[in-house]
Ligand binder design. Structure first.
Ligand code: GDP
Ligand code: MG
Length: 296
C-alpha cells in the first residue's frame, strides 16, 4: 500500500450542467439524485470510489449562484462554497453548448481557490461532431490555466475514465480515508428521502419541486422487506392538491417510481408510504429547515 493515493475532489458548476450525473458515473453507483431542473441537489454529499491503488472522494454540490434568496437558498450556496475547503483538486463542469454568464461565478470561485482545476466539458453527446468542440477548448484554455480540459458525456459515461485518470494524478500519496465498501457519507434514510424528491423534480413543473421537502418517518427492515414512510412537506394547500392529483393519481405515480428506485438502490423489496402535509414558508424557516435535514 506504499503508493496508495487518496484525495478529495469537488465538482462545481452552475445548476444543471450535470454535476450529479457525472458524480454517479465516477463513483459507479447512484448516490446523488438528478433531474432536468436546476437546483435538484440541495445538500453537499460525498461519493466515494475505491480501487486497488486509489480512493477518490468526490464532493457533489448544489449549483453555484452569486445570490440566492431565502434560508434554503443561502444554505445551498454555503454548502457549495464551503465544499472547496480541504480538497486536493476541483472539477469545474460546463456544457458543450459553451460558456454562459452563469458559468463565470463558479469559474471565479474555482480559480481563486489556489488548487488544480480540471475543466470537464459535459454533454458532448449533444454536439454533432468532435471537431466542433475545438473552438470551445481553445477559448477555455485562454480563460484559465486548467490542469486539463476533458470533454465528457456523463449521461452515457463517455470519456469519464479519462477524467478519472487526470484526477488520480493530482491526488496525494496517502492511505484510504474510508472503508473500501463505503460509497457515500450519507445514510440510506437520506438517500430514500432524496429518491422521493427526485421523482417530484422529474414529475412536476413550475414551483412544485422547489416547494417540497421530504422527511422520512419510518425506515425499517422486517422479514426481508424494507418499510419506508415519508412525508412530503409543501408550503401551500394548492401545492398539496397538485402533488396528490385527482383521486391520488399523481401520488401513486410518484410513489411507484420512488419505490422502484429504492429497490434498485437498496436491493430487495420495498414498501413505501407517502403523505403530503403543509408547512407554510418552510423554505424560509430556520427551524423547519433543521427538522427537514438542511443543516450546515
Ligand atoms: P446538476 O444540477 O449539475 O447536478 O445536473 P444533473 O446531474 O441533475 O443533470 C441535469 C440534467 O442534465 C439531467 O436531466 C441530466 O440527465 C442531464 N445530463 C447530465 N449529463 C448529461 C450528458 O452527458 N448528456 C446529456 N444529453 N444530458 C446530460
Ligand atoms: Mg446536482
Amino acid at each position: 500500500m506504499t503508493d496508495y493515493r487518496c484525495g478529495r475532489v469537488t465538482l462545481v458548476g452552475r445548476p444543471n450542467v450535470g454535476k450529479s450525473t457525472l458524480l454517479n458515473r465516477l463513483v459507479g453507483a447512484k448516490v446523488s439524485i438528478t433531474s432536468p431542473r436546476p437546483q435538484t441537489t440541495r445538500q453537499r454529499l460525498l461519493g466515494i470510489k475505491t480501487a486497488d491503488a486509489v480512493q477518490i472522494v468526490y464532493v457533489d454540490t448544489p449549483g453555484l449562484h452569486p445570490a440566492q434568496g431565502g434560508q434554503l437558498g443561502q444554505h445551498m450556496n454555503r454548502a457549495a462554497r464551503t465544499s472547496l475547503d480541504g480538497v486536493d483538486a476541483i472539477v469545474l463542469v460546463i456544457t458543450a453548448a459553451g460558456w454562459t454568464q452563469a458559468d463565470e461565478y463558479p469559474l471565479q470561485l474555482a480559480t481563486a481557490a489556489g488548487l488544480p482545476v480540471i475543466l470537464a466539458i459535459n454533454k458532448i453527446d449533444q454536439i454533432k461532431d468532435r471537431p466542433s468542440l475545438l473552438p470551445l477548448i481553445e477559448l477555455s484554455a485562454k480563460k484559465f490555466g486548467f490542469t486539463e480540459i476533458v470533454p465528457v458525456a456523463a449521461l452515457r459515461g463517455e470519456n469519464v475514465d479519462a477524467l478519472e485518470r487526470a484526477l488520480i494524478k493530482l491526488l496525494p500519496v496517502q492511505p484510504p480515508m474510508y472503508p473500501a465498501d463505503q460509497i457515500t457519507d450519507r445514510s440510506e434514510r437520506f438517500l430514500a428521502a432524496e429518491l422521493v424528491r427526485e421523482q417530484v423534480f422529474r414529475g412536476f413543473s413550475q414551483e412544485i419541486p422547489y416547494a417540497v421537502a421530504v422527511q422520512i418517518e419510518k425506515f425499517k427492515r422486517e422479514k426481508g422487506v424494507l418499510h419506508v414512510a415519508a412525508t412530503l412537506w409543501v408550503e401551500k394547500e394548492g401545492q398539496k392538491a397538485i402533488l396528490i392529483g385527482k383521486g391520488g393519481e399523481q401520488m401513486k405515480t410518484t410513489g411507484t417510481r420512488a419505490r422502484l428506485a429504492m429497490q434498485k438502490a437498496f436491493g430487495g423489496k420495498v414498501h413505501l408510504e407517502l403523505w403530503v402535509k403543509v408547512r407554510e414558508h418552510w423554505s424560509d424557516d430556520a427551524r423547519a429547515l433543521k427538522t427537514f435535514g438542511y443543516e450546515d
